[in-house]
Design a protein around this ligand. Sequence first.
Ligand code: HEC
Ligand code: HEC
Length: 305
Amino acid sequence: MNRELKILAIIVILVGITYWGIEPYAHSVMHPHHEPATFKYEDLKPLNVKGDAARGKEAIVNNGCTGCHGIEAAGFPAPMDPVTASATYGVNPPDLSNIASVVDRKFLANFIKNPVHAALLEHKFSDSKPYPMPAFYGSDQDLADIVAYLESIAKKDISTREAYEVACMRCHNLKYDNLTVLGEKPKFKNDVERAEFELNLAKYEANLQNYLGTTPPDLSMYIRSRGPEYIRDFVENPQKILHGTAMPRVGLTEAATEKVIKHLEKVGDRKKEKRERLGVWVLLYFVILSVLAYLWKKEIWKEVI
Ligand code: HEC
Ligand code: HEC
């Protein structure tokens, strides 16, 4: 075997050890293995009662849901502005118009019945520190009616941005998309308006921090630092990945989670497609360069060897 082949063999072996040995090992230490998300919410009981949407509308009002939640699609405006709501409940209760477009049916029923249990927050809330949304003590029929009603008003095909707004916006900023925990950042006419908005944002964030015990991160760059699989698994069951975390299980369907991830990719990694397309050309360039370099080397050394 000539010398160059030996050198090549050594390089290939070293690269191989790094690629198939060291890298996966480091990865497994930094990201311990967990079961991939199934979105079946198997720990929750199914609701085996057929609901009636018309009765559900009455039940939602009678049970006080609209005392905290807006349902814009049905003509119920939010009872409070986000800052006042956060001062009262710690966080702004989400508008329920499209909640059933993103939240799994079984999860929704379980969350209404016992939010702390469904959100996997039993380690954070108790009778002495109650969760801001009360548990529902009505009949299973009323519960099924409420779920049927929420399903009847939810848009069938919401955008990736709307999915994010319904599911995540009340806790996370997404500054690269001009979205804050208060909603879309408006165009300011003057500095007074800007200062007022910033002040409200700071108040909301302080209330949220007080409620959650920690500040939820701005998600603009998380798709790059964590990657889509991590976010998918984390959203399905935050406790499985960060034990004891203050982030609730929000109970999204698989399709809605994909939408949220798509949106985070659009916002945080706008150049992904372009980069992948360009990658092929860069590799081709290196192949051609290697062939030329080899031919050039042969030409120069032909008289010596
Ligand atoms: C006293 C105020 C209050 C009342 C009454 C209330 N909620 Fe809520 N609800 C909240 C708050 C606050 C949150 C957000 C909690 C959080 O994210 O930590 C919330 C969250 C939700 C969510 C989001 C669940 C998820 O997956 O993220 C749904 C759905 C919901 N409420 C439905 C209802 C329904 C239906 C009723 C009536 C039976 C109701 N709520 C009554 C305050 C209330
Ligand atoms: C009720 C508030 C709340 C909602 C709603 C919420 N989160 Fe969070 N999230 C948190 C908190 C609090 C943390 C910080 C957790 C910690 O440090 O333990 C967090 C952390 C995260 C992280 C970082 C995890 C890590 O590895 O550090 C990601 C990613 C995330 N959330 C994604 C989402 C997505 C996507 C949604 C919507 C589908 C969402 N969150 C909805 C409160 C929330």
